[in-house]
Structure formats: C-alpha cells, structure tokens
Design a protein around this ligand. Structure first.
Ligand SMILES: [Zn+2]
Length: 476
C-alpha cells in the first residue's frame, strides 16, 4: 500500500493495517519449519565443538553442491579451479575455496543469485555499498524462517515463552513524518509488537515516547540502536532510569560502543545483548546472558583473517569472511563482508561451546582512514565523560585528512569548552596532522533506513582504503 494513503488514515485504521501486514508476515515467517528449526537450535546450543564441526562440514558440502548446481557464478568460479564439494572432508577444507570480495559480489550480483527459484517467490534484501550501487540478496522462504528461528533463540535466552511484548524501533515510516499529534507508535497485534517510529525523536516528543513505553511495559526493547539510545538518554537526564523494566535491550543495525551500552543498561536497568547479522544474509552471532558474544555455528562459518588470508589468533583483529548455511537464494561462500572482528578465547560461564567473538569493530565502510594512522576503526574513548548537555554527536570524515565533529547540544547549559575535550581526544586517535572542525548543529540526519551513525565516512576514497588495508594499521 502506498505510504501516502496509509498516512491519511486515522490511527486505529493504521494499527489495523500494521496488524494485517503483520499477520501476513507472521504467516510467512513463523511456520512449522520455523519452530522445528527453533526446537533443533534449543538442543544444538549445548553441543560440543566436535559436534558443531561435523554439522558444519556436512552443511558446507550441501551448500557448495547447491551453489555449483544453481548459481552460475559459483559454478564458473569453482569449475575454473577444479573445485567441488568432493574437496571437503572437514570444515577446515573451506580454505581451499576462493574468497569472494565485496567488489566481486557487486560485479557478479546477477549471476550469483540461484536460478532454481523464481525471484518473485523469494524475499529480497538490499544493502547499499560505498559506491552507492545497492547489492541484492535473495532468500527463500525457508532461509528467512531459519533466520527467525535463530533470533527466537536469542529472545528466549532472555524472555522464555512465545510472543513476548516487544517494543521495536523501526526506520520505516509507520507514522507520517509531519504528524506531531503525539502517538508515535503503531501496534502489530499479531506478534504482540509495538512499533515505534525513529523519525519523531525530537526533544519535545520524548516525554510522550517514555509515557507510552511505560504503559506498554515491554519485555524486550529492540531495533535501531541510536533511536533506543535517544530515549535512554532522555530518561537518564530526567531521572526516569529504571522506570521501564524490560528483560533485555537488543539493538540492531549499528556498531555499539561501550559508552552507549553503559547508558542503555543504566536507563533500562537490564542487560543489553549485542547481535550481528547482515542484509546479505551473513551467519548470526549474539550475546548470551553471561556476556559471551557467541557465534551460531549452526548458521554458518565465520573466519577472521589477516591480509595474507591466514587465520587470526584470539584477540587479533582481522577481516571477517563468512559462509552462510541459510543462503540458498544468494549463496554466500567465503564472502568478505567488510567487517572487522576478533575471536575471544576461553569458555563462557553459560556452559555453551558456541565460539565467542571479542568484538566486532564495525564496518570498514564506516571507518576512518588517515595518511598517518591508516585504518581507525574505533574512537569511542573520545566520547568518554561527555557532559549530558550534549544530546548527540557524529564524527564524519569529509576529506583525505579532514574531519567534522557534529554535536547537538541542549538549549541551555551548553558551553563550547565541553566540545574541546572531544576534539582534543580525537587528535590522539586520528593523528596530529589531521584537520578537525567542530560544528554545532540542531540535529543529525538519519539515513533512509533510520540509522544514526556515530562515525560516518563521507569521503570514500577507495584507493586509500586499500592502501590502509594492506598496511593493516589498526589503532587500538
Ligand atoms: Zn555464553
């Protein structure tokens, strides 16, 4: 339905339309298959490492066989190297297969897609690349249901039972951007989910958000991290911390920095669970109640590699290369997804042997590159001790060695000296030779998907990135 027409309807009709749409989505996402996979995952989460490995080898064989049969790109690629599923005996044999870069994925986007299902009968996801050319990935209905089953396992770790009350912050225009009447959510009756708009979070509207959230009393808050953060920050500033009592906050889409986590957990009085996934259909990782950021080995294979493609040791950051078992529509086999991560050694007190990640540093696309320092993946410490009168910040790379710090202060109580400490810290991270300009702005614009990235690279010099990558100079 056209968004314009939807926005002209009264709220209760909009709720009905959201629920009708929700019913359709629920029928497709929550099927017998979904719950079957979910039951399987409830059991497999306590497997030994050997069990995971034998499962992965078997699924890898199946995936490679599928790709050769149905994806013209992989068929050609593997034929030219005389590779087939027969070359796989154990998971480590994956190393015999070539890595597919993001550029190769983009250039061959059409011929990667499997031909055995009509595209109209699959789910399509689009992800924007740095060049601005969107990448397409298709998922069969079963692939999508697999992903839902994995997410349900995460939700169950924190709130057992079906259909917990979810408050979800969405980037979709569920409420007319011009609407300031005061109701910034719509209810999806079918999965007991209150959807909150990420496009109305102005200071004037926040009291209403908190009031409505308190009334709804969600078991789980999820969705766009920066939107949830704006609400959390408002609650902290207004002495409302702990007013809501969800079991967990599960942000999506953006890199979560420690100071964001700290404030989210304080505002909502519960744990924040990080998760990792991607539009292209990467395998899944998420955080358990004991704090382990576990990958789901049943969803695929994660590799963390150095520039020479050897494997990184625990704690050593490297490029994440992924293989996804639920990628029948657009097979992902050794796909260099453009994220940087590192392994964590040891065992988790939750008792699961699912391997753990230390961190996901973020997307290479969102990282900064300077002549002096190379890649600068994280600069979160620059925000430490930020006074609460600064509502939002964003750092943008705008030129080869030039940066812009955008800050949104509260109307009263802000002094320019507050921002000086951020700029000073930034020189420590970016090197003394860069140029940093401070800009006080009224608001920071969200991307079309509703994201509010704290670090944004608006310069995008591919050559420089490749240079930086080859020198692999990670700033810690
Ligand atoms: Zn754990």
């Amino acid at each position: 339905m056209a968004t314009m027409v939807y926005h002209k309807r009264p709220n209760f009709i909009q709720n009905l339309l959201v629920s009708t749409q929700g019913a359709r989505i629920r029928r497709k996402r929550y099927t017998h298959h979904t719950w079957e996979v979910f039951d399987f995952l409830k059991n497999s989460q306590f497997w030994t490492q050997a069990q995971f490995e034998s499962f992965q080898a078997e699924r890898l064989i199946r995936l490679v066989r599928h790709a050769i049969k149905h994806s013209p790109y992989y068929a050609g690629l593997y034929a030219s190297r005389m590779l087939s599923e027969k070359d796989i005996k154990t998971v480590s044999d994956i190393k015999k297969f070539p890595i597919v870069s993001k550029e190769e994925f983009r250039e061959n986007n059409e011929s990667i897609v499997s031909t055995h299902i009509v595209r109209k009968r699959m789910w399509a996801a689009f992800t924007s690349g740095t060049s601005g050319v969107p990448l397409k990935a298709f998922f069969s209905h079963e692939n999508m249901q697999d992903r839902i089953a994995f997410l349900e396992r995460l939700y169950h770790w924190y709130s057992p039972g079906k259909w917990r009350k979810r408050a979800s912050f969405t980037g979709k225009l569920i409420v007319d951007p011009e609407d300031s009447s005061g109701t910034f959510h719509r209810y999806n009756y079918c999965i007991n989910q209150q959807l909150y708009s990420s496009h109305h979070l102005s200071e004037n509207n926040l009291a209403r958000y908190v009031k409505d959230l308190t009334k709804f009393a969600p078991d789980q808050i999820d969705g766009i991290a920066s939107a949830i953060y704006v609400v959390a920050d408002y609650m902290l500033r207004n002495g409302q911390a702990g007013q809501l009592k969800p079991n967990v906050v599960i942000p999506t889409s953006e890199t979560i920095w420690p100071h964001i986590r700290e404030r989210l957990e304080k505002a909502f009085g519960c744990k924040m669970a990080n998760q990792y996934g991607s539009q292209e259909g990467a395998p899944i990782a998420y955080e358990c109640p004991a704090g382990g950021f576990h990958i789901s080995p049943e969803s695929g294979i994660f590799e963390i590699l150095r520039t020479d493609n050897s494997s990184c040791k625990p704690g050593e950051p490297g490029r994440m290369v992924v293989t996804s078992f639920s990628s029948e529509g657009t097979p992902l086999i050794r796909y260099d997804i453009g994220d940087v991560a590192s392994w964590r050694s040891g065992t988790c007190s939750c008792g699961r042997h699912m391997p753990m990640l230390e961190t996901i540093e973020g997307r290479l696309d969102d990282m900064f590159f300077t002549t002096e320092r190379g890649i600068v993946p994280r600069i979160d410490s620059a925000f430490k001790g930020l006074p609460s009168v600064i509502i939002a910040t964003q750092i943008a790379q705008v030129g080869q060695d030039s940066f812009e710090v955008r800050i949104v202060p509260q109307k009263n109580g802000y002094y320019p000296k507050y921002a000086d400490s951020i700029v000073d810290h930034l020189y420590d991270y970016l090197g003394a030779s860069v140029d940093i300009k401070l800009k006080v702005v009224e608001g920071i614009s969200r991307t079309r998907g509703g994201k509010l990235p704290a670090m944004v690279n608006e310069y995008h010099d591919q050559d420089m990135k490749i240079d930086a990558l080859s020198s692999w100079n990670i700033v810690k």
